[in-house]
Ligand binder design. Structure first.
Ligand code: XMP
Ligand code: MG
Length: 179
């Protein structure tokens, strides 16, 4: 599909299913090399990262613990509120562990900074992030994600787990707002 409609907005294709698959396979190899002997905790950030997480972890060639956290910053709007709230936390301590966060998208970087600081305060051995998408032009954070699937322009995107007002997540590709 080249164009899709989600509620009142139309979107056009940005990253195809085949492009996603190819890049995620490569990311899996990068992560396998970097974390092979580190016994990392993989921490997926819900809701947006669920689809990416499930595809990425199948491309990693070691067994690892996979945990989930859920944060809320966006509500139903298209702009980040900057205020982050933990809706569901980790049931597991991170002290001394290598944490690899799995995110769908890094936009302003407020969420990334917030989680990093939080896990560093709890004395994780290291905290890095693998984000499928990175809006480089919008980024105002301290450190960009260490592993990035695609750097994309500063346009709102949906699909492959990412939503507009909770819809659009079921799409198999990434679509950007058509203006
Ligand atoms: P920040 O600005 O903290 O944002 O880096 C991170 C969170 O904001 C959401 N986000 C988006 N969600 N399309 C979406 O569906 C987008 O284009 C978009 N940009 C940011 C997302 O939840 C991310 O974790
Ligand atoms: Mg997210």
């Amino acid at each position: 599909m080249e164009k899709v409609q989600v509620l009142d907005k139309s979107f056009r294709i940005s990253i195809s299913e085949a492009q996603l698959k190819e890049r995620i396979t490569a990311l899996g190899k990068e992560i396998s090399d970097a974390y092979k002997d580190k016994d990392p905790l993989l921490v997926s950030v819900l809701n947006g990262a669920f689809m990416f997480t499930s595809d990425l972890i199948r491309e990693i060639d070691f067994d690892a613990e996979v945990h989930f956290i859920r944060l809320s910053s966006y509500g139903d709007k298209m702009e980040s509120s900057g205020k982050i709230r933990e809706v569901m936390g980790l049931e597991k301590g991170v002290k001394g562990r290598h944490i690899l966060l799995i995110e769908d998208i890094v936009d302003t970087g407020h969420t990334l900074d917030w989680i990093r600081k939080r896990f560093e305060m709890e004395n994780a051995a290291s905290v890095k992030m693998c984000s499928l998408l990175f809006k480089e032009e919008a980024f105002q954070g301290n450190e960009p994600p260490e592993f990035i699937g695609f750097t994309i322009p500063n346009a709102f995107v949906v699909g492959y787990g990412l939503d507009y007002a909770h819809l659009g997540r079921t799409l198999s590709a990434i679509y950007e707002l058509d203006e």
